[in-house]
Design a protein around this ligand. Structure first.
Ligand code: NAP
Length: 313
């Protein structure tokens, strides 16, 4: 059985920790194949009372054999992961990379593990840049973190991993997701999927964060020209990166997501409302950096990026 470490057990990390756990539904047992590494208050509550997972059919309480409040605790333990699922916000990646390097953990057990970055945005592999096998994933699940020791499912959207991941891990992930009735896919066209998500996020996230309105604001007539320009710039940069997207299909995708999620508050707007740092660097920031690299001019992405940055100087 593959041993899995969830590094950054917040909303998505705690939920996926439950999804990948074996024996989570046994009434008295505790999970041994998945370890959680997260912030101290959360981990202490999980140790004391188990992780409370809010699902449509009720709340489950899951005991984990291994919970760590920092990397040192993991290193001092017997738990040697085969795979590390990194589920922090993209802006925490450089710090994570530093702490892993400084700990010397790569010379020990962690050096043999495969790392999977499961997060929004692009450019994450480059930001992580460690001498280990790194794969990526994206998820459309929705999860919230109501407080220490708890996680709540808000949507069973699909999770997509790179198809080049080791076969034994793919088989294990597939089995666990299906067993719990959650959709999962392994894509050989992962970059295309990532660009699709980046395109939607590049429009919806900054516009909602800046206007303070729900996703439906993207459909306002007064914003149509701006939305079209962001989409066109993204399509151009994607093409320079070898990913072909049709301009009209890309625009339709953005507008249809805005329509079906019209009442939702985007993660970036929530971050701004809470005075938290946003993931703008790995969304519009990525489009701007790749645009610069290829000599493409992306002024609307640049303006949205600068405006959102200025909210959290
Ligand atoms: N939540 C969703 O519904 C959802 C859906 C799709 C995609 N995503 C993406 O998934 C990623 C994770 O999002 P999330 O909502 O799960 O974020 P989150 O709730 O903030 O979870 C990340 C957790 O990792 C912790 N952390 C950061 N650095 C750490 C370190 N060095 N050691 C231990 N713990 C550390 C954070 O603590 P601090 O807060 O103290 O830094 C936080 O508790 C993001 O890229 C997000 O865009 C989320």
């Amino acid at each position: 059985v593959a041993k899995i470490l969830i590094y950054g057990a917040g909303a998505i990390g705690s939920l996926i920790g439950y999804l990948l756990s074996e024996g989570a539904d046994r009434p008295l047992g505790s999970v041994e194949n998945v370890a959680l590494l997260g912030r101290r208050v959360h981990m202490e509550r999980v140790r004391e009372r188990g992780l409370k997972v809010g699902l449509p059919d009720g709340t489950r309480s899951i005991r984990f054999e291994h919970c760590f409040s920092n990397l040192e605790e993991l290193i001092g333990s017997e738990f040697t992961p085969d795979v590390v699922l990194v589920t922090v916000r993209t802006y925490s990646l450089p710090q994570l990379r530093e702490e892993i390097t400084a700990s010397g953990a790569l010379d020990g057990g962690l050096g043999r593990a495969a790392f999977i970055l499961l997060m929004n945005g692009m450019g994450n592999r480059e930001a992580f840049d460690l001498p280990v096998a790194v794969y990526e994933g994206i998820t459309s699940m929705g999860a919230v973190f109501p407080g220490p020791g708890q996680v709540e499912l808000r949507g069973k959207g699909i999770t997509v991993f790179e198809d080049r991941m080791p076969a034994n891990l793919k088989a294990a992930f597939q089995e666990r997701f299906l067993e719990k009735d959650f959709p999962v896919e392994f894509s050989s066209n992962f970059k295309v999927q990532q660009w699709g998500k980046l395109l939607v996020n590049s429009v919806v996230n900054p516009i909602t964060a800046l206007t303070g309105r729900c996703n439906g604001v993207v459909l306002s007539g007064s914003l149509l020209a701006t939305v079209e320009r962001v989409v066109e710039e993204c399509v151009e940069v994607a093409a320079l990166e070898g990913v072909h997207m049709e301009r009209d299909a890309a625009l339709d995708l953005v507008l249809s997501v805005a329509e079906t999620t019209a009442e939702n508050t985007s993660s970036m707007l929530k971050d701004v409302q809470r005075g938290r740092e946003t993931e703008i660097e790995s969304i519009n920031g990525y489009v701007v950096r790749q645009g610069e690299r290829h000599g493409a001019i992306v002024p609307v992405n640049e303006a949205l990026f600068a405006l959102v940055k200025s909210l959290h100087p």
